[in-house]
Design a protein around this ligand. Structure first.
Ligand code: BGC
Length: 739
């Protein structure tokens, strides 16, 4: 038999590998992926003309900036973000371009993701949304958003991760890593202090350094240093009198100086206002300066951007050194090499059933059971024959609207549809709208799906009450929506209350049927004057494509709810620091007089009982916390301490509990919040099962930011670890000392 086949193939392989290596070596350095990225950047830069460099630092269309075609360096393409991949728009306009292959999977809003308190859900979210972006050939995803929830009126809270810097920090990191594993940059926004929509383009935020570093910056810092985000977006508002996107303090001193950020700083769309500041204060790419592409220029408005011809002129005259544009182009080239010039990045996928399922899983884990008196939920289908579903939000399209996060979703299962699919065969389902919101508006050229209502509110209410009276179980699906002035970009809400007279209807429903579950669809806390009148309340967020199926699965108990609130629900607006002190929304200036005392920190300080606390969320089973202990009495300055607590599922079904650890500083030289979240773990427990939950911390969990020293300080002394099921449901306390 002829044998030398193996050596022959080995030889062939060696020859082809050698050819590959030599082909790589023949490549210019910037194209050679085997070379260190910094060498490639310098090589590419050395080949570029001044004009080519300037072209890279500003937009060429609504969502793209130029590459260098001569050198094979591709354009950069951005996409919103953060809940799904935005539909294609025209080159120069916000209007949709009418493509037929750009319908995405809409994922749950980031408030829902934060409410999962599950880092694995965050990683999954990042991975799948990154795959969608990659498939659509976008190399920058404009998200996630991590602005802190300061006031429940902020119209954009639904795009963020809640009120606590630690929770937001832990949840943002895996999202970024997931996105970037696709060779797509996560662009973390809006850096920084964009905590209200009112006057967002002009407001100057005044905040003391300690509050800035302890509350408003940690999630961004974690995004940069742990998530290794490749891009960040400067906010619209001002800080220290300079717009955040062209801000010496935020961008040069903190982001690049202290945190050593090596990615690109992208402006928010239209957030740039001055060429010199845009040149010198850390910005790399200017976008959206004039929304209509042509009206501000003779032939091309983009040439008139602050970082376009005005910049080129200054460079040519020598008034600005070429090094200034080089700094920006280096960052952009780094972005390009990390993303669309990485030949090994995966190809992504779009609108797939797997992505739909991922969205459903995240939605199911984020839904929060706020109240469940007499265990009215889950609905017992063996006993319930007729279900009345009431409320406009049971049928309202929620993926459209809300501003830049608006989506053209491949599909969206409404709560009514989800319930029909799940229980339609077992029970009779009756729907009544009950109330009506604003007249439907087409957004982005997309119909919001609303049916125009011709009946009066009395007629609607009567129909709903009749349906409720004759049902065995009533599900009210209401809350806010994505209209302007509610959960929507550009404006804040006007009040904490529910719109469209829903309070009155809910109270009336509670009178005619005791088996009432209220589902609130919102990205914000709402007032609930009827809280004691209804048996069950569910926080249903904006859940995306699989909204209805996820909600139905929780309502009937296929899924045991395990979400916990990522922000406080105050009883009334004045229970929130920014409102109590009357600072919000400010007049040109917005001073954060409540300082560190945001959310539960304020409620703790002033002993205000929230309607529902930060970290609160119930389950269809129950959990008992055993005695907590520490592995020592003392924590050394450079050491660690581990706390353990046995948690038992004492109910009859499997469930997940989010065990939370807060730190209380017994004695401090500065005022400190009564407690601060410093660790959490979501554990899954079968009925009767016990697991030991362990938390390891070091002195960073005990530190405060000393503004005088401009550094973090942990003062030796006594501390307490408070372990519990929410910020107001502490079950175990363990004392220890920092030495
Ligand atoms: C928003 C950003 C968004 C951008 C592009 C701006 O108005 O503030 O979050 O990414 O538009 O759509």
């Amino acid at each position: 038999m002829f044998k030398p086949i193996k050596p022959f193939f080995t030889l062939l392989l060696m020859v082809s590998l050698a050819a590959k290596v030599s082909a790589q070596e023949d490549l210019p350095v910037y194209l050679n992926e085997a070379k260190p990225i910094e060498e490639r950047i310098e090589d590419a830069l050395s080949r570029m003309t001044l004009e080519e460099k300037v072209k890279m630092v500003h937009a060429q269309s609504k969502f793209s900036s130029a590459g260098v075609p001569r050198l094979g360096i591709p354009e950069n393409w951005m996409t919103d973000g953060p809940h799904g991949i935005r539909a294609e728009v025209f080159w120069d306009e916000w209007d949709q371009a009418g493509w037929t292959n750009d319908s995405c999977i809409a994922f749950p809003a980031l408030t829902c993701l934060a409410a999962t308190w599950n880092k694995e859900m965050s990683a999954l979210y990042g991975k799948v949304i990154g795959e969608e972006a990659r498939y659509r050939n976008k190399n920058v995803l404009l998200g996630p958003g991590v602005n802190i929830y300061r006031t429940p009126l902020n119209g954009r809270n639904f795009e963020y991760m809640g009120e606590d810097p630690f929770l937001a920090s832990r949840m943002v990191v895996p999202y970024i890593q997931g996105v970037q594993s696709n060779g797509v940059a996560a662009c973390v926004k809006h850096f920084a202090l964009n905590n209200q929509e009112t006057d967002r383009h002009t407001v100057n935020v005044n905040v003391d350094d300690r509050t800035l570093y302890e509350i408003y910056l940690p999630a961004f810092k974690a995004a940069v240093q742990e998530g290794k985000a490749w891009a960040i977006m400067g906010a619209y508002n001002k800080y220290k009198g300079q717009w955040a996107g062209q801000n010496q303090f935020l961008l040069n001193d903190i982001l690049r100086g202290e945190w050593k950020f090596d990615g690109v700083v992208v402006s928010d769309w239209g957030g740039i206002n001055d060429t010199k500041q845009a040149i010198y204060h850390g910005l790399d790419m200017e976008f959206g300066s004039w929304t209509n592409g042509l009206s501000e220029g003779a032939s091309n408005a983009y040439d008139n951007y602050y970082l376009a011809n005005p910049f080129l002129k200054l460079l040519k005259s020598g008034e600005v050194k070429e090094e200034e544009v080089d700094k920006k182009v280096r960052n952009i080239l780094r972005l390009v090499f990390r993303t669309n010039m990485n030949t090994k990045r995966p190809y992504g996928s779009f609108g797939s059933p797997e992505h739909g399922l991922a969205g459903k899983k995240i939605a199911q884990e984020g839904i929060v059971l706020l109240k469940n008196a007499n265990n009215k939920l889950p609905i017992q289908l063996s006993k319930v024959k007729r279900v009345a579903v009431i409320g406009e939000n049971a049928v309202k399209v929620m993926t459209v609207g809300g501003g830049s996060s608006s989506l053209k979703a491949k599909y969206e299962i409404s709560p009514l549809e989800g319930l029909r699919n799940r229980i339609g065969k077992e029970a009779e389902l009756v729907f009544a709208r009950g109330y009506v919101g604003e007249k439907p508006k087409a957004q982005d050229g997309l119909n919001t799906g609303d049916v125009v209502e011709t009946r009066s509110s009395e007629e609607l209410s009567k129909e709903a009450l009749d349906a409720a009276r004759n049902a065995d179980f009533v599900i009210f699906v209401g809350g806010l929506n994505k209209n302007d002035g509610q959960d929507s970009e550009g404006n804040d809400r006007k009040s904490l209350g529910l719109p469209y007279n829903q309070d009155k209807l809910i109270s009336a429903l509670a009178k005619v049927n005791k088996n009432l579950a209220v589902v609130i669809i919102s990205g914000n806390a709402v007032a609930m004057p009827w809280v004691n009148e209804v048996s069950s309340i569910v926080q249903g967020w904006y859940l995306g494509s699989e909204a209805g199926s996820a909600l139905a699965s929780v309502l009937v108990g296929d899924v045991n709810p395990s979400g916990k609130l990522p922000f406080t629900f105050p009883v009334k607006l004045e229970d929130n620091g920014a409102h109590k002190l009357g600072d919000y929304p400010g007049k040109g200036e917005q001073t954060y007089n409540e300082g560190l005392f945001v959310g539960y920190r304020w409620a703790d300080k002033h002993q205000i009982k929230p309607l529902f606390s930060f970290g609160h969320g119930l389950s269809y089973t129950s959990f008992a916390y055993g005695k907590a202990s520490a592995d020592g009495r003392d924590l050394n300055a450079d050491g660690k301490i581990t706390f353990s607590v046995p948690v038992k599922n004492t109910g009859k079904r499997e469930g997940q509990e989010v065990v939370q650890l807060y730190i209380h500083d017994v004695q401090s030289s500065v005022p400190r919040p009564l407690k601060e979240l410093k660790a959490f773990e979501k554990v899954s427990l079968k009925a009767g099962e016990t697991k030991i939950v362990k938390f390891t911390i070091d002195k960073s969990a005990l530190s405060f930011f000393d503004a005088g020293k401009h550094d973090w300080v942990a003062e030796p002394g006594e501390f307490k670890a408070l372990i519990g099921a929410s910020s107001t449901d502490i079950r175990q306390t363990v004392g220890f000392n920092l030495r």
